[in-house]
Design a protein around this ligand. Structure first.
Ligand code: 3H9
Length: 686
């Protein structure tokens, strides 16, 4: 097998090139090749300096994640980085694309770093439940400073080359041919001794030592973001060690903390999720050579919250949008909101005023439905009523150009029935965005019975262009995400009658790691959503709340009372309503344990997920996890409901559901797939 590492000489400079597509991950062969290349440079007196560069789209994107959990193959990455740093000749990293994780650690091991202005740098290990374990937690603070290192190791975010240069992480920005200039740079520095080694620097650590509160201040400022996660805290501890101890000791702390994380369940879940997210883009049963359709202009019907948010995704990606409304005031309101959102982003410094104008300039607001005729994709985002949707699709059928994709943003309705209102069901697809649509990363792509393969391929590709993560769902009520929400909601509401409080149920969910519980979510979304609007017709607790105008946060009253700062507190009135209903329905009040809440509101979701899988409404269990993590904030460190269930043990899930079966009554039935897997010791995701 040929090595992914090749060397060639340019005068007295050895150019070491990695060619390990797609992202130059630092697998065993790359590591071995790098060590051999350094040996080659050391062994040849004619070589005066080394340049390490990568072919393809990017510099090393980090350790090869597919090797995690397998028997280690030597040399391991920390050794490779140390070997580069201890080379007796100067080594220059020539960076393009993204230098991530172990890739940045390699660059930090080099004595110098040059980069294209488009290059990016980051240590995303924390997103995999890890820390930069090849000396990164020790070298990065020495080179970039402790505050920046803390931010980078705990967020996993990237910084651009210009910022990296300002920090001293990059020695020179290169305009033009990277390798040619890197070689010239190597010529410039070839005679400088002693060689600058990141591990030996102390100036920036001394700055941090002068401010001993830096770590606890950072912990306090970021407590909310880091809640529930193990890796950020251990990253902080490793940087603390860099400041408090000599390099040789700090690196031992780093190793210990790395191993601690690597053997934990959070790292397993987060690494599983890395691949789950990428697998979601792959569509089963589609010919490999299916070409996507060309999308140059998008039409959006409805300028409400959803329509406006959906439009922003395309505008931000540079795709012009025609947005259609029925009345001028609604159109103006919608366009105004889009502008306001962009201006808020600009005020935070995340967009320039020119970019705001550019995006707004690509928006064509109109009352003329016929203006959609030149759109390549038209997304309907109006009321959730089948008649209205069918009427719109009937109209679209007459005006949309041949080959245009006709999409509905419905959250529940049957795409096939909507498609039946057209003469081209092959062009119809569901594109279910999540609110707020300009922010939430999830997109459910609903595959109708007749949806053409190239329509699906286009949807998946477009999702990537607008920075969404798309998951294919089949046609069923609520698709993947909302369908699983239903048993949770039904059981949560019944638990109120049986004796639990909204506060208790929400607390169990928040302690589990969800951003909010079912009743906090109802208050945020609006208790009146889906309400029949007849205050005299009170059939359940939700009807009673809605009839009294307790519509949630927007009315300062819902399942909770809210003060002027929208802080919730348990509501005596809601408790009265619950008590009245309990009496009316003859339900006996009892103490509800937290475990029962888990079994009836989380285990039931797993059961519904299993039904979705067995009916073929999701392509794979990991897709369900992607939906719940990106659509509903399921804690990524638990890997999504199906991965979590596997970790709990499916036999335990089944036993828990059996405990509750009688109480759940006809609202519940077992998924055969869940029963079978539990009986055979199987798993959903492994
Ligand atoms: C680490 O470095 C630990 C060390 O500190 C210490 C060790 C002791 N390994 O994302 P894409 C695959 S931890 C293996 O669609 P893009 C990916 O699965 C590592 N495979 O492309 C996909 O495969 P497929 C820290 C990897 O252009 C294909 O490459 N580094 C790896 O949208 C394309 O990926 C990270 O966490 C990998 N490291 O984005 C960086 N990375 O085609 C993770 C990617 O079969 N990577 N693949 O589905 C990324 O963030 C993005 O891939 C990147 C490119 C931005 C590079």
């Amino acid at each position: 097998m040929t090595s992914p590492i090749s060397t060639n000489r340019h005068g007295d400079i050895l150019i070491v090139t990695s060619n390990n597509p797609p992202v130059n991950a630092l697998g065993a062969a790359v590591r071995q090749g790098l060590v051999a290349a350094i040996k080659e440079a050391e062994g040849d007196d004619a070589i005066k300096a080394v340049v390490i560069t990568c072919a393809g789209q990017t510099y090393f994107a980090g350790a090869d994640i597919t090797e995690f959990g397998k028997p280690p193959v030597m040399p391991w990455l920390p050794e490779v980085v140390d070997r580069i740093e201890s080379c007796s000749k100067p080594v220059v990293a020539a960076v393009h694309g993204t230098a991530l994780g172990g890739g940045l650690e390699i660059a930090l091991g080099c004595h110098y770093r040059v980069a294209l202005p488009t290059a990016k740098f980051g240590v995303p290990e924390v997103k995999l439940g890890l820390l930069p374990g090849a000396g990164g937690t020790q070298r990065l603070p020495r080179v970039a400073g402790v505050p920046k290192a803390l931010e980078m190791v705990t967020s996993g975010g990237m910084i651009g080359a210009k910022e990296a240069a300002a920090l001293g992480l990059v020695d020179r920005l290169i305009e033009g041919d990277l390798v040619e200039h890197a070689v010239a740079y190597a010529e410039e520095v070839r005679a400088i001794r002693p060689l600058p080694k990141s591990s030996e620097r102390d100036d920036k650590l001394a700055e941090a030592r002068a401010n001993p509160a830096i770590f606890d201040d950072f912990r306090k400022a970021n407590a909310r973001k880091m809640k529930g996660f193990e890796a950020p805290e251990l990253n902080i501890q490793a940087v603390e060690a860099a400041v408090a101890k000599p390099y040789a000791e700090g690196v031992l702390d780093e190793r210990r903390l790395f191993m601690q994380l690597m053997s934990g369940s959070q790292a397993r879940a987060q690494q599983y999720f890395f691949f789950a997210e990428r697998k979601a883009a792959k569509i089963d049963n589609i010919p490999d050579d299916t070409r996507p359709r060309d999308i140059k202009r998008v039409g959006v019907i409805g300028a409400g919250t959803m329509g406006g948010g959906i439009s922003m995704n395309f505008l931000s990606a540079g795709i012009p949008v025609t947005i259609v409304e029925m009345a001028q005031d609604a159109l103006d309101r919608g366009t105004g909101t889009v502008r306001k959102n962009y201006e808020a982003t600009a005020a935070k410094g995340r967009m320039t005023p020119e970019q705001v104008e550019q995006a707004m300039g690509a928006l064509n607001p109109t009352l003329d439905f016929n203006a959609l005729a030149d759109c390549d994709l038209i997304i309907e985002a109006v009321f959730e009523t089948m008649e209205i949707k069918q009427e719109i699709f009937g109209k679209l059928d007459k005006i949309a150009k041949p080959g245009a994709i006709l999409a509905s943003n419905t959250s529940y309705l049957n795409i096939d029935e909507i498609a039946a209102a057209t003469s081209r069901p092959q062009d119809v697809v569901g594109l279910h965005f999540f609110s707020p649509a300009n922010i939430m990363k999830l997109l459910e792509v609903v595959r109708g019975a007749n949806t053409a393969p190239d329509v699906l391929v286009t949807a998946m590709q477009l999702a990537k262009r607008i920075k969404k993560v798309a998951v294919v769902a089949g046609v069923c009520h609520g698709f993947i995400g909302n369908r699983m929400l239903m048993p949770r909601q039904v059981e949560a509401t019944k638990l109120l009658l049986e004796g639990a409080t909204p506060d208790q149920i929400d607390r169990v969910h928040v302690e589990f790691g969800m951003p909010m519980g079912p009743f906090q979510m109802a208050d945020l979304a609006g208790v009146d959503i889906g309400w029949h609007r007849d205050p005299t017709r009170i059939e359940n607790i939700r009807d009673a709340l809605a009839a009294e105008g307790r519509w949630g946060q927007k009315k300062n009253a819902g399942f909770y009372d809210y003060d002027e700062k929208r802080r919730p507190s348990p509501s005596a009135r809601v408790q009265e309503i619950i008590d009245e209903f309990r009496a009316k329905e003859g339900v006996e009040k009892r103490d509800i344990s937290d475990q029962e809440i888990v079994e009836r509101t989380l285990y039931t979701m797993v059961n519904e997920g299993a039904k979705i899988l067995e009916e073929g409404m999701a392509q794979r269990a990991s897709d369900i996890d992607v939906v719940w993590i990106y659509g509903y904030g399921w804690p990524v460190y638990r890997g999504g409901p199906m991965h979590w269930a596997d970790g709990e043990g499916l036999d335990k899930i089944v036993a828990g559901l059996r405990n509750q079966e009688a109480r759940m009554g006809s609202d519940f039935s077992f998924s055969q797939l869940l029963l079978d897997k539990a009986a055979s010791g199987g798993k959903f995701t492994r």
